[in-house]
Design a protein around this ligand. Sequence first.
Ligand SMILES: *Cc1c(COP(=O)(O)O)cnc(C)c1O
Length: 382
Amino acid sequence: MNRYLLTPGPVPVDVDASLAMARPMISHRGADFHALFGAIEKKLERLLRSTGPVVLLPSSGTGALECLAANFARPGTKVLSVSCGVFGDRFREIVARTGAEMTNVDVEQGSGVAPAIVADAVKKFPCDVLLLTQNETSTGVLNPIAEIVAALPDKNEKKGENRPFVLVDGVSAVGAMPCHPQEWSVDGLATASQKGLLTPPGLGLVWLSARGWEHVETHGASSYYFDLALQKKYMKPDAHENPYTPPVSLYYALDAALDAILAEPEWFDLRQRAARSIASGLEALGFELLVRDAAYRSPGVTAFSLPGGGIGGVAKNLRAMGIEPAGGQGALKGKILRLAHYHDVRWPEIATILGSLFAAMGERRNESGDFMKAAFDIWEGK
Ligand SMILES: *Cc1c(COP(=O)(O)O)cnc(C)c1O
C-alpha cells in the first residue's frame, strides 16, 4: 500500500534529497565540506533574498528558537510575545526561561495577527524584543510579517530608542512561502529542515540582520552550543565550518532539496494554489475550515473539522487508507484535523487527498460529488 505522509513536519522527502544522504562521509574541516556549506549558503541567500550568513545548527526547530532566545534575551530583557497558537506559546515559554520580563498578547486560535494589534501592543508595552510567528502550524494561520513590521512605530515611544529586535519563528514558513527577512526588517529568523525545506528533521537554521549580528557579537550568548557569534567566527569566507561536528548527511540533503525548490520558478505560487484548491474542495465536501479569513490561510497546512466541530472517525479512516494526517494540538486536540501540503502537491495529489476524504467521511458524506469541480476550478485558475 502506498503511504501518504501529510503531517506538517516531517514532510515527504524527494528521492534526490534522500539519495544525497547516502554519499560517503567527509571531514567537516576539509575542502569538500567547505564547498558544500558554501553552496547551501548561496542557495539560502536566493531563497530568503537576504545577505549574511545563515547558521546551521544540529537541532530541530525548537533548538533554533532556543538559539535566538540564548542570544537575544537575558534576565531583565523586556520581551513582547504575540501568539495565535501552540507554537507562538512555545517560543514565549522558551524565551521566558532566560529570565526575561515577558508581556504576552494572545490572538484567538484560528485568527491571524493583524498588524494593528502588534503596533498597538508595542506602543503600550515598549520592549527590547518582539516575538512573532510567521506560520502558526497548529491552526494553519499565515501571519503577514512584512505588514506587521512595517506598521511598528519607528522608535519605542516611551523609551525613545530603536524599535525592538523582531524575532520570527519561521519554522513552518521558509521554503513554502515567501520569507524575506532582510527586506521585511526582521532581526532574527529561526527555521528548520523538515517542513518547507523538504529535508529530513535535524537541522535548525538561524538568520540575523546586520543590527542583530552587532547585538549578539557585543552581548554574547548564555549558551555555548547555540552561541551565534561563535558560529559566525567559524564561517570564514570560502571556508564555512561549524564550531563542532555538524550532521554532514543532512547538509547534503538540504543542498539537494534547495535545488529542487529553486528550480521551480512558480514554487510559492503552486503551494498557494494547492492550498486554495484543497480549501475549496474541503468546503464543498462539507468540512469547516478553522481559519475563516482566507487572507490568513497558510499555503503549507490546512486545519478543518466536521460541521459543528470534531472530526468523527475521519482520521482513523484516513489512516486505514494509508494517509497520515495530523490532529489538533493543545486546546484543539480531538477537534480538528490538519493536512500539510508543503511538498510538490499538484492535481493528482489534490484529487487523492479530497477523494480519500470523501470516502473517510462515512455517514457524514455529502453525496453531491461537487467537491472535485470546486477544487479543480481553483486549481485551473478559474
Ligand atoms: C514545527 C514547529 C516548531 C517546532 O519545530 P521542531 O522541529 O519540532 O522542534 C516550532 N514552530 C513552528 C511554527 C513549527 O511549525
